[in-house]
Design a binder for this molecule. Structure first.
Ligand code: MG
Length: 385
């Protein structure tokens, strides 16, 4: 298998330091986005890269081996943070791709945090890694859309990072690769500034991987460059040794499932009194059915609003009520309007709707652990970058 790659990192337009680290060589590609005060972010991301790199010298063959290596890197960062008080609480994200050549060449992706690995194939951009972030959890549960997540004020809160705890859960994905595939590994500095559509456009416009990586960083900086940006572009070239194999089903690109309902059977009416009785029974059934459907719909939703004391309440029902169904109080919170950030206050005022009480609670962070800044703690796994 022949590979070609390009990589670049940039401090951006706002920050003073670059806390990202990366590594790119034949069979291993890593991007790490560090966090923590006193240069500790740089230390954490560099340690993640160097530990995985030295452990991978003999090549990575299996998901378990990759996972184990990333866990070793986690231990190295965690131990270093305990040994030096100026590095206390440092952490990093990591997204890494290991190329496994062979009859069926594949790529293993290890991921912790919100740096990403994308696959660009047949002009379509797919995320191979899943972000460990607060906004991704909201997207998974259908509380916000991916578009809302991109500009969400809490988009930089990661729910998993390396070096914060003694152990870390590592996602490893395995994908078959084929000629013409292009992989992009990047820190969130890219995706916060550049939409997936724009990334795909730039990937189409440039063929040289180094030029492509630099073009992506340039656009991130042009759009604001509010964070460090690191990009690796890896091309799988055409003299691939193995035959092209069919892809595994890719959840992110599956067609929506269409459930076919059988066509209603014509009623086998008989004439006379039986037919009349059937007509009235059907009518009553329809009226009851409509009543039930309206009732279920009217009571099925939840929304948030302020009560007379200006406290946030989760209501069950539809804003303003529906026919004879009025909303009822589901959860009374002690959150007052002055405690809320401006964007949440607006959502409460406009009665944002949810499909469950739990979703509303999650949106209001009623069930979240306190969000803490990584520079002030070593115990929490929910960290604000
Ligand atoms: Mg970043």
């Amino acid at each position: 298998m022949k590979l070609r790659w390009g990589a670049t990192t940039d401090v951006g337009m706002v920050r003073q330091q670059n806390e990202d680290s990366f590594h790119a060589e034949e069979n291993l590609y890593i991007v790490a986005d560090g966090m923590g005060g006193h240069n500790a972010g740089e230390v954490a991301s560099a340690l993640a890269v160097s530990t995985v790199r030295s452990g991978a010298r003999m090549g990575i063959r299996t998901p378990d081996q990759f996972r184990e290596l990333v866990q070793q890197a986690n231990t190295a960062i965690y131990t270093a943070s305990l040994d030096d008080s100026t590095q206390s609480g440092m952490g990093t994200t990591l997204t890494a791709a290991a190329v496994v050549p062979g009859e069926e060449p594949r790529i293993l992706i290890a991921n912790v945090g919100d740096s990403r690995t994308y696959l660009f194939r047949s002009a379509a951009l797919t995320r191979l890694s899943v972000d460990h972030s607060y906004v991704q959890e909201l997207v998974n549960e259908g509380i916000i859309t991916p578009e809302e997540a991109r500009v969400h004020p809490r988009r930089n809160i990661v729910t998993r990072a390396m070096g914060i705890d003694r152990n870390v859960q590592v996602d490893v994905f395995s994908h078959l690769v084929r000629t013409g595939d292009r992989l992009v590994l990047c820190s969130d500095g890219l995706v916060d500034e550049v939409t997936d559509i724009e990334i795909a456009r730039i990937l189409t416009e440039h063929s040289d991987p180094q030029e492509t990586a630099e073009a992506l960083v340039l656009v991130a900086n042009t759009n604001g460059g509010r964070d460090n940006t690191t990009v690796i572009v890896l091309d799988i070239l055409d003299d691939i040794s193995a035959p092209i194999v069919l892809d595994e089903p890719d959840e992110t690109q599956q067609m929506p499932v269409v459930i076919e309902t059988p066509a209603p059977q014509p009623a086998t009416n008989k004439k006379g009194r039986f037919g009349v009785a059937l007509f009235w029974s059907a009518l009553v059934a329809i009226v009851l059915g409509v009543f039930t459907v309206v009732g279920v719909y009217a009571r099925s939703g939840y929304f948030i609003g302020f009560n007379d004391q200006d406290n946030v309440v989760v209501y069950r029902g539809r804003p303003g009520g529906m026919l004879w169904f009025q909303p009822t109080v589901d959860t009374q919170t002690s959150l007052s309007s002055k405690d809320l950030p401006e964007y949440v206050r607006r959502e409460v005022e406009t009665n944002r709707e949810f499909t469950s009480s739990g979703q509303a609670a999650k949106y209001l962070m009623l069930d979240q652990m306190p969000i803490v800044d990584v520079s002030t703690t070593t115990t929490s796994t929910t960290v604000a970058k």
